[in-house]
Design a protein around this ligand. Structure first.
Ligand code: AMP
Length: 416
């Protein structure tokens, strides 16, 4: 494994997997270029070091060649940000000549990798009534043709950089399989390096107390993370819709609040494990309840475990936020994943926004604060706090799997 900061790119062609999967409007203009901007330092490093770039990415979830998912739409922005003209290969599998002709300082962008089923290695176009045999044969066929696909991509370059943290949890052709063609010339880009460093600072050897705030709608989708983190943290604050499954498990009444009766045993196990591990679990004692799931609903404050029929808990109450604040401001390392209320509705975003503000305060007092997962990232961004916490993770699913303790294929492929 090499290091991008010290690798000598002089005269080399680098094939770089980036995450240019940006949202486009109906006129194919980029509505949020964060991911493109994130990749620029890595791309500039190769060019400044005397190398040439072959840049590859996916965009959206096409099921074949689809104009609206063409990476052509984003060239203008890459050129603006990089300050270099970007050549384009219409077909990522037929770019040999263009790649061979690239000179130092030049950039070639390959068309959307997912125009090919081989990128993900999953068969496409299977009939709905396909038999198991047919499914198996189709899977074997795409896995076979995937080998050629990977080999062709690898043939374009002398070294490989993975800078797409957002897809690091996928063992795709461009994110993992290609790495084996570059045993001595593979490395992480700066986005990947930053993400790994930030998460390891929390999970590896954190300054203590270490506190995790885990919010979100359901216990069932966060159980992996909660279980893994219980081995590591000193405090865990549980918020959001998950709270009501715990309240119910402890014999409370939760009215119409979101609740997963089939997760009650899981919730009880979490309580038991926390006690065994000496982890302090914190739940909101009071919540804001509403008489409908709407921003116009009537609301009042209520004990979390005594919610009347016809009402549902949709946010942490001010007293609970104050409790959480105390725990957070005593912490030296904080990990935040998931909103503590139905924050898409402004009326129920107060708790989540207060958490964002508290994280900023904790950061200014010297705590290391990591925010990850689509909704909490949206909350800190919305509050204008993204640059006032220690690190905001860009990889939703990848970050969650990392927090569950799963070794991500994109990271493993570079390290092994
Ligand atoms: P997740 O994707 O699991 O992190 O869940 C995020 C979603 O949980 C957001 O869409 C929130 O609106 C939702 N959520 C948080 N708290 C509640 C709640 N008390 N009731 C219903 N939904 C909630």
């Amino acid at each position: 494994m090499q290091n991008i900061s010290t690798y000598d790119f002089t005269g080399k062609k680098a094939i770089v997997r980036v995450d240019f999967n940006v949202p486009l409007d109906e006129n194919f203009r980029i509505t949020d270029d964060t991911r493109i901007r994130a990749a620029i330092p890595t791309l500039k490093k190769v060019l400044a070091g005397g190398g040439a770039l072959i840049v590859m990415s996916h965009l959206g979830r096409p099921k074949g060649v689809t104009g609206k998912f063409s990476l052509k739409h984003i060239i203008y922005r890459v050129e603006e940000l990089l300050g270099v003209k970007v050549q384009f290969a219409d077909d990522c599998q037929k770019a040999s000549e263009q790649a061979a002709a690239l000179k130092s300082g030049e950039v070639l962008l390959l068309e959307n990798l997912r125009f090919y089923a081989e990128e993900e290695g999953k068969p496409r176009g299977l009939a709905e009534d396909a038999t198991d045999e047919e499914k198996k044969a189709a899977k074997a066929a795409v896995k076979e043709s995937q080998k050629e696909f990977v080999k062709t991509l690898a043939s374009y370059a002398d070294c490989y950089i993975n800078d797409a943290f957002g897809t690091a949890h996928r063992a795709h052709a461009s994110t993992a399989l290609i790495a084996k063609y570059f045993p001595n010339d593979k490395m992480f880009g700066y986005v990947m390096e930053g993400e790994i460093k930030a998460i390891d600072q929390v999970l590896g050897n954190p300054a203590r107390p270490l506190t995790a705030i885990i919010g979100g709608a359901k216990v069932s989708s966060k159980i992996g993370i909660i279980e893994h983190l219980l081995d590591l943290v000193d405090n865990m604050i549980i918020g959001g819709g998950m709270v009501y499954t715990f309240a119910k498990a402890l014999g409370g009444t939760v009215g119409n609040s979101i609740c997963e009766p089939d997760q009650i045993d899981v919730a009880l196990n979490i309580l038991k494990k926390a006690e065994e591990k000496g982890v302090k679990l914190h739940f909101p004692k009071e919540v804001v309840i509403a008489d409908s799931f709407s921003n116009d609903a009537n609301t009042k404050i209520c004990a979390t475990n005594a919610i009347p029929e016809g009402w549902e808990g949709l946010d942490a109450a001010p007293s609970s936020i104050e409790d959480m604040r105390k725990v957070l401001l005593e912490s030296k390392t904080i990990l935040w994943n998931g909103p503590v209320g139905a924050f898409e509705m402004p009326k129920f975003a107060v708790g989540t926004n207060d958490i964002a503000k508290t994280l900023v305060e904790a950061t200014s007092k010297g705590a290391f604060t990591l925010v990850g997962g689509g909704d909490s990232v949206a909350a800190v961004t919305q509050m204008g706090c993204a640059d006032k916490v220690s690190y905001v993770s860009t990889g939703g699913g990848a970050m969650l799997e990392y927090l569950e303790g799963i070794e991500l294929p994109g990271i493993k492929a570079i390290r092994e």
